[in-house]
Design a protein around this ligand. Structure first.
Ligand SMILES: Cc1cc2nc3c(=O)[nH]c(=O)nc-3n(C[C@H](O)[C@H](O)[C@H](O)COP(=O)(O)OP(=O)(O)OC[C@H]3O[C@@H](n4cnc5c(N)ncnc54)[C@H](O)[C@@H]3O)c2cc1C
Ligand SMILES: NC(=O)c1ccc[n+]([C@@H]2O[C@H](COP(=O)([O-])OP(=O)(O)OC[C@H]3O[C@@H](n4cnc5c(N)ncnc54)[C@H](OP(=O)(O)O)[C@@H]3O)[C@@H](O)[C@H]2O)c1
Ligand SMILES: *[C@@H]1O[C@H](CO)[C@@H](O)[C@H](O)[C@H]1NC(C)=O
Ligand SMILES: *[C@@H]1O[C@H](CO)[C@@H](O)[C@H](O)[C@H]1NC(C)=O
Length: 435
């Protein structure tokens, strides 16, 4: 019988997991490396290797109506979209209301999680933690991995000849970017058009001499403000939209969406749309189109190479006197504390059953939470995962046989290859789907 559950991390996923453990009568112990709750939403002025870090201006891209925990609405006086500090306030209220803080060991880093020698019978794990320079080992019946996956910057320097040995300017990853203070009057190139690239380009455009934004495969930009002023996800994350999306042939569904996204502005004319066949990447950004229209941000194709001071793009255009390059090229998930066999499965989310359970463990006593790319809010998805996982631990829910889980995993992989477009959109509540 599972009783003692270790939870790694006290971000959104960790908090939901503690709460769900308590709801199911399990005994949670949460280990959090930093000195506070909130994970990614706990802004810090400095960066530390291996830790999450966000920029000062970050605002949620999902509305409070669609992002709250199921049993704890946001206060009425909060706006619909939230600055990171407001969201953190909400997590504090949640933790206090359900009295979750007493289960969290702050300043405690999890070093390793290994199967106990009798794992096939007991399903137990040995966890080594470190606090104040002292290591401690304890045994747990089950583990919920809530350590996040935006701590390890993906910096593909090899794809950019000249950046290492020729380019003389400053070069940083979006992970290191805090605000535009040090960039006044500079000529800056931002590489990558995910949410980070869009936000940082806009942020910098207020003070820089010029911002260039380089995109490899284009992106659809949508506004937080949707029909009649409702938040975007209130209009599009609906059961109806979800049904329509699955019922229509994918070609038709994607045509409808392209039309919808083009209604705000023509992406081709803004150089953000490259090929008809491209997958539908989507970012939320209200200011980017007007920055492009005003010339504060100039959109460029992918960079072919760098010289000492300039960037040469794939269309052979050259931009000179570049002072700074910001790589907003995303993140790599890593679970350095897991034993190798489990770590290899967990690294690729598509190898996890429903993006949560490593399917081949003898006992289903380890789960990864929040490791999903949702069309809606992660906070909602992670709570549902936590409810399911704690019920599986308790024995109220059963996982299918290994062979059936493996079939499901490979079917899901196939589906993602075939219909990536469907999976990428903000419509519908396909919370267990991802890029
Ligand atoms: C810039 C940005 C904006 C986003 N905006 C939104 C949004 O608007 N809406 C939305 O739904 N999602 C958004 N997301 C997704 C975001 O990942 C989730 O909202 C949410 O923060 C995930 O929470 P988490 O608890 O899974 O992970 P995290 O918030 O990353 O928390 C993980 C915690 O685990 C701790 N930890 C890690 N390793 C260890 C260890 N070895 N030992 C002990 N503790 C450890 C960390 O210190 C951290 O506190 C955004 C992501 C980014 C990068
Ligand atoms: N306001 C918010 O709520 C907010 C803000 C920021 C981030 N986020 C979320 O945080 C997560 C991380 O976002 P992110 O923007 O940092 O990363 P991301 O979404 O992974 O985007 C990475 C970008 O870098 C490009 N790229 C990667 N490797 C490249 C290469 N070798 N050459 C050229 N281009 C390359 C990608 O181009 P391709 O498309 O061609 O691969 C993509 O445009 C996402 O889930 C995002 O939605 C949310
Ligand atoms: C987009 O570009 C085309 C071709 O240059 C032009 O005919 C059209 O008017 C432009 N549309 C907008 C909205 O700027
Ligand atoms: C908002 O950010 C989350 C978290 O990373 C991401 O998964 C999601 O795709 C983003 N939503 C939109 C509509 O861009």
């Amino acid at each position: 019988m599972v009783q003692r559950v270790a939870i790694i991390g006290a971000g959104v996923s960790g908090l939901a997991s503690i709460k769900c453990c308590l709801d199911e009568g399990l005994k949670p112990t949460c280990f959090e490396r930093s000195n506070g709750i909130g994970g990614l939403w706990r802004f810090s002025e400095t960066t530390k290797s291996g830790r999450i870090s966000v920029y000062r201006s970050v605002i949620t891209n999902t509305s409070k109506e669609m992002s709250c925990f199921s049993d704890f609405p946001f206060p009425d006086n909060f706006p619909n979209y939230l600055h990171h500090s407001r969201l953190l306030d909400y997590f504090r209220m949640y933790a206090e209301h359900f009295d979750l803080l007493k289960y969290i060991h702050f300043g405690t880093t999890v070093h390793s999680i290994r199967k106990c020698p009798d794992f096939s019978a007991s399903g137990q794990w040995e966890i080594v933690t470190e606090a104040n320079g002292e290591q401690k080992s304890s045994i747990f019946d089950a583990v919920m991995v809530c350590s996040g996956h935006y701590a390890e910057p993906h910096l593909p320097l090899d794809s950019f000849p000249g950046i290492r040995n020729r380019f003389k300017g400053q070069c940083l990853h979006s992970w290191e970017y805090k605000d535009s203070d040090d960039f006044k009057g500079k000529r800056i190139l931002v590489v990558g058009t995910g949410n980070s690239g869009g936000d940082i380009a806009v942020d910098l455009s207020h003070v820089a001499a010029q911002v260039f934004l380089s995109t490899r495969s284009g992106t659809w930009v949508v506004s937080r403000v949707s029909n009649q002023g409702f938040p975007l996800d209130m209009v599009f994350t609906t059961r109806f939209a979800n049904c329509v999306e699955w019922l229509l042939p994918s070609v038709l569904a994607s045509r409808i969406k392209r039309k919808k996204f083009s209604a705000w502005f023509n992406h081709e004319n803004y150089s953000l749309f490259q090929q008809k066949s491209q997958e539908l990447h989507l970012i939320v950004n209200d200011e980017l189109p007007s920055c492009i229209l005003c010339g504060a941000v100039v959109v460029k194709p992918n960079v072919k190479e760098f010289t000492e001071t300039s960037a040469i793009f794939e269309d052979e255009t050259v931009m000179d006197n570049i002072d700074v390059v910001v790589f907003a090229t995303g993140f790599t998930a890593s679970f350095p504390f897991l034993e190798e066999s489990v770590q290899n499965v967990c690294k690729s989310k598509t190898s996890l059953y429903k993006y949560v359970f490593p399917p081949q463990l003898e006992k289903p006593t380890l789960a990864v939470l929040g490791f999903i790319q949702l069309t809606g809010s992660i906070m909602v998805g992670t709570e549902l995962q936590a409810r399911w996982v704690t019920r599986v631990f308790k024995g109220s829910n059963k996982l299918p046989q290994v062979s059936r889980m493996m079939t499901d995993v490979s079917k899901e992989k196939e589906l993602l290859m075939k219909r990536p477009i469907l999976v990428k959109l903000p419509t519908g509540s396909k919370f267990l789907r991802q890029h």
